[in-house]
Write a protein that binds this ligand. Structure first.
Ligand SMILES: Nc1nc2c(c(=O)[nH]1)N[C@H]1C(S)=C(S)[C@@H](COP(=O)(O)OP(=O)(O)OC[C@H]3O[C@@H](n4cnc5c(=O)[nH]c(N)nc54)[C@H](O)[C@@H]3O)O[C@H]1N2
Ligand SMILES: Nc1nc2c(c(=O)[nH]1)N[C@H]1C(S)=C(S)[C@@H](COP(=O)(O)OP(=O)(O)OC[C@H]3O[C@@H](n4cnc5c(=O)[nH]c(N)nc54)[C@H](O)[C@@H]3O)O[C@H]1N2
Ligand code: SF4
Ligand SMILES: [Mo]
Length: 736
């Protein structure tokens, strides 16, 4: 085997130029080399899963230096020997036929044609420099991801912002976590999810707001199933989801009425004196103002506006009072809203007022989505400067410049545009070039028809992806073929702040390269200074980033490197230099009641609820909800659709959930093809008649390409996160 690899490598060297020779020496180089030397060819190694933010440990079994199978790691505190279908099938999508194996460049007839890396990289530098010379450096932007190692994200963010003059760069985490980030920053002084998964097992009351844990984070749900205290599980979701069915209380509130509900619950807690006066006095600011604010939200008013019974709302407040260890968890039902930040903060406020934070089984807990969403929050260099710093802060800029050995003037003194503003820039013609890395904008961005038109308007669209077939790659002028999870090294940070390494256990196909190597090569071709030489391997990048966190709430200067992470089975941040941590340890934040604000106290933040941007009317009488469909489908399906096993677990045809009452009124029978239509587009889907949706609501999974043709582009004003979960639609049975 080794001989064959060497032979191929020789052949490639023979017919290649100097750049290609250089590529072969890259850490992610061509995938022709053996697995890293510290792995024995016949062995089992552990890597963190590359789909969701749960971050399960997977034991990967190698033969001849390549992965042949995997099983869930037993010796890993996150998943305790369990994995969901996606995890079990994680190796399958790597072998798909539509993998991007060579760079592709659009020719003058609009056909994407194979080119050498030399041409691809040269074209990238030429075209982007030309656009910038003509329209200014800010006319080119990048959109990145929560699904590559943070060493790669940080190199991209540094290269684009400090070297290529791209002020504007954002990521798909804007679609996902921006609300949680802003909510925490304002309330706690830093973006710091406080929990550890052990809290699922230690709570006696668990509130799940806008989270379908059974589908979206199945192994977290398994952790709840291991809770020995028969907890109350309160599910707040307009739909009777798998999670709601498994819970003990379900509140099927009207979509986007959460804020009124949480204010009314806060008012009930205060009126009944079910709050922790001591905790508030010592650790919380703004209580008197909050008390006055929530007085306006009576039980009757909340019942009227949420469509819930007063008894069911009262019962939630009473359960929170009776619980000794109450945890409140939220996901996209809260984050993807026109008032997501204030809604998330209303949940944080409940935890703070009742002293349910910093103790086992408690917390105001935002669950992240993608495998490395937390990594992108700290290290993508988009909204924040590396390591949770602020672009606006001169001392922060000085510190980062010194660590990276770059001139301070290269660091912009303000953040760039958010995702929606970049899209708006394309619309207005101020953004002419776009570089998309590991996200599928043309499918997942809100109001997709518009998004696709916008991408076509660009002078130059570069897509860096594992596959050539994604909706976005299809539109690209230049495709850069990327290695995926399993074909490269680096680290992910999961929802509970645990940093864990992934491994190179397979060779990337053809000439696909690790994103890390692609960034390095682009940087060199661009003419980046000597600073980039310090980023000569993912682990070297890790060490630089570790220095960037010094003195920050996310300080990880106590982590030596990948081996230590491996040995201790992942380490949760923070771990400052000089501190030690046990193997498989589980740690939560704020045990001392000290927050990261200047005063050390947490803040209660609130505002009057607002109506969402598009409400139903006579012409469009139904509310469309969107989200995850099954545990076997991942987002835009570029990976999960490649597995025959996973395909058996979901419907290939798009389907729309609707209530029997609405189906009867519209004379729709089960599985009939129908049209769901909004003011922006129409979608053909099969009718799935079910009590999951309340009358007046329909649900389309986001995994089908058509769903975002319907969604309405509205955004939370503080986080600029899109409100994917509410717009007005109608249904018709006439398919023409
Ligand atoms: N299988 C699978 N797992 C995944 C993913 C995947 O694609 N597939 N994606 C990952 C990612 S990136 C993310 S962000 C997470 C998302 O994880 P979740 O947020 O749990 O998933 P969603 O289905 O998007 O939304 C959750 C619920 O919000 C409800 N909802 C809609 N509107 C409202 C509202 O106004 N109020 C309330 N309270 N609830 C509302 C929906 O009915 C839905 O059941 O999942 C992660 N895990
Ligand atoms: N209607 C509706 N829309 C939604 C949502 C919703 O609830 N409803 N949810 C939103 C949320 S929370 C999210 S997170 C987004 C997700 O939206 P996307 O980020 O667009 O979804 P993915 O399918 O995960 O896209 C990841 C892309 O990266 C590629 N890729 C995977 N690994 C690598 C790698 O290592 N390197 C490179 N270069 N490429 C790689 C994959 O092939 C894929 O094309 O969707 C959002 N859109
Ligand atoms: S729950 Fe998430 S991290 Fe765990 S195996 Fe499934 S997709 Fe992977
Ligand atoms: Mo997400």
């Amino acid at each position: 085997m080794k001989k064959l690899v060497d032979k191929v490598q020789e052949l490639v060297l023979e017919r290649s130029g100097t750049l290609t020779r250089e590529l072969l020496r890259e850490p992610g180089g061509f995938g022709l080399g053996q697995v890293p030397s510290r792995l024995k060819p016949e062995t089992t190694t552990t890597a963190v899963c590359g789909f969701c933010s749960t971050g399960c440990g997977l034991d990967i079994h190698l033969k001849g230096g390549t992965a042949i199978n995997l099983s869930p790691a037993k010796d890993y505190s996150v998943n305790l020997g369990m994995a969901c279908p996606k995890g079990w099938e994680a190796l399958t999508p790597l072998a798909a036929k539509d993998r991007a194996t060579h760079p592709l460049l659009k020719d003058s007839h609009g056909h994407q044609k194979k080119v050498t890396w030399e041409t691809a990289i040269g074209t990238f530098a030429d075209r982007i420099k030309k656009i910038q010379a003509q329209h200014g450096p800010e006319s080119v932007a990048f959109i990145s991801t929560g699904q590559i190692p943070f060493e790669e994200m940080a190199l991209l963010g540094s290269l684009a912002k400090f070297e290529m003059g791209m002020l504007h760069g954002d990521g798909n985490t804007r679609q996902c976590m921006a609300t949680g980030v802003v909510a925490y920053k304002q309330a706690f002084g830093f973006d710091a999810p406080p929990y550890t998964y052990q809290d699922f097992e230690e709570s006696d009351v668990i509130v799940l707001a806008g989270s379908n844990l059974c589908i979206a984070h199945p192994i977290m749900w398994e952790r709840i199933c291991k809770n020995p205290y028969s907890p109350e599980i309160i599910v707040i979701d307009p739909r009777k989801t798998e999670t709601a069915m498994a819970g003990t209380q379900h509140l099927p509130l009207k979509p986007k009425s959460d804020l009124v509900l949480y204010y009314a619950i806060a008012n009930l807690l205060i009126e009944n004196d079910w709050i922790d006066h001591e905790y508030i006095a010592e650790h919380v600011d703004g209580f008197e103002e909050y008390k006055t604010h929530v007085k306006q939200f009576s039980l009757e008013m909340a019942a009227e506006q949420t469509g819930l019974s007063p008894e069911s709302i009262f019962r939630v407040a009473e359960s929170i009072h009776q619980g000794k260890r109450v945890s409140l968890w939220w996901t996209m039902g809260v984050n993807q809203s026109h008032e997501g930040v204030r809604t998330a903060q209303a949940l944080i406020n409940i935890a703070l007022m009742t002293g349910n934070i910093g103790r086992p089984g408690t917390g105001a807990n935002s669950i992240t989505g993608q495998c490395n969403a937390m990594g992108s929050r700290l290290f993508s260099n988009t909204t924040n400067l590396l390591g949770g710093h602020a672009f606006e802060n001169e001392l922060h800029r000085q510190k980062i410049a010194q660590i990276l050995e770059i001139e301070e003037e290269k660091i912009p003194s303000k953040g760039g545009l958010a995702y929606d503003q970049i899209m708006e820039g394309i619309h207005r013609g101020t953004i002419k070039g776009l570089w998309v890395i590991a996200t599928n904008t043309a499918h997942s961005w809100i109001n997709q028809a518009d998004a696709q038109e916008l991408l076509k308007k660009l002078d130059f669209l570069v897509v860096q992806d594992m596959y050539t077939s994604t909706e976005t790659a299809q539109l690209a002028d230049l495709i850069l073929p990327a290695a995926g999870w399993g074909e490269k090294e680096g680290c992910f940070i999961n929802s509970e702040r645990r940093i864990s390494p992934l491994k190179k256990v397979c060779h990337a196909p053809g000439e696909a390269l690790a994103d890390f190597s692609i960034f390095r090569l682009l940087g060199k071709a661009w003419g980046a200074g000597s600073w980039i030489d310090k980023w000569d391997s993912p682990e070297a990048a890790f060490r630089l980033l570790r220095e960037c966190t010094k003195g920050q709430p996310c300080d990880i200067t106590g982590i030596e490197g990948y081996q230590m992470l491996d040995k201790l089975r992942g380490i949760q941040w923070p771990l400052p230099e000089g501190e030690t941590v046990e193997r498989r340890s589980q740690r939560r934040l704020f045990q001392d009641g000290q927050f990261y604000t200047p005063s050390g106290r947490a803040k209660l933040l609130f505002e009057m609820p607002r109506e969402c941007a598009e409400t139903t009317d006579d012409r469009y009488p139904l509310t469309l909800l969107t989200g995850r469909g099954t545990s076997a489908q991942w987002h835009t399906q570029t990976r999960t659709s490649k597995s025959e096993v996973l395909k058996k677990l979901y419907s290939e045809d798009p389907y729309v959930e609707l209530n029997p009452k609405d189906a009867r009124a519209l004379k729709i029978h089960p599985h009939q093809w129908i049209i769901v239509e909004s003011r922006r587009g129409k979608v053909k889907a099969r009718a799935y008649i079910t009590q999951i949706c309340s009358p007046g609501q329909v649900f389309l999974p986001m995994h089908y390409a058509q769903t975002n043709q319907l969604t309405f582009p509205s955004f939370d004003p503080y986080s600029r996160q899109p409100s994917y979960k509410s717009c007005a639609v109608r249904i018709r049975t006439n398919l023409s």
